[in-house]
Design a protein around this ligand. Structure first.
Ligand SMILES: [Zn+2]
Ligand SMILES: [Zn+2]
Length: 113
């Protein structure tokens, strides 16, 4: 992906359990918090460095078995955000590229449903 595509807006709705991102190329992403938390890119959650870039996209579409809230989001430099989850986990650095790759919309992930 083009590395100068960046978010122009990030919005969290804990009540709707989604995080929305508007991108500088006009794309719009909506992530179910459950899928986003379960796909946390940190080493601990991915189970080792070898799995760093494998995501389980189906987790964005399953019925959540756990309720997660986002307490805070911090931008890391120009390339990532850190998400502070209600379960106390805050190791995950979600890079723009990763987030865009994870986009579960019909265009980016046509296999959904
Ligand atoms: Zn993690
Ligand atoms: Zn998309």
């Amino acid at each position: 992906m083009d590395s100068d595509i960046t978010p122009t807006g990030i919005e969290v709705s804990n009540s709707e359990q989604i995080l929305e991102i508007d991108w500088s190329d006009g794309h719009h992403s909506e992530y179910a918090l459950f899928g986003l938390r379960k796909n946390c890119p940190c080493v601990m959650c991915r189970g080792g460095h070898g799995n760093m870039n494998t995501f389980e996209m189906e987790l964005f579409f399953v019925e959540p078995t756990q309720y997660f809230e986002i307490k805070d989001i911090k931008q890391i430099g120009n390339h990532a955000i850190k998400i502070f989850w209600s379960d106390g986990h805050d190791n995950g650095m979600y890079q723009w590229e990763t987030l865009r790759e994870m986009c579960p919309c019909e265009k980016c992930y046509p296999e959904q449903g």
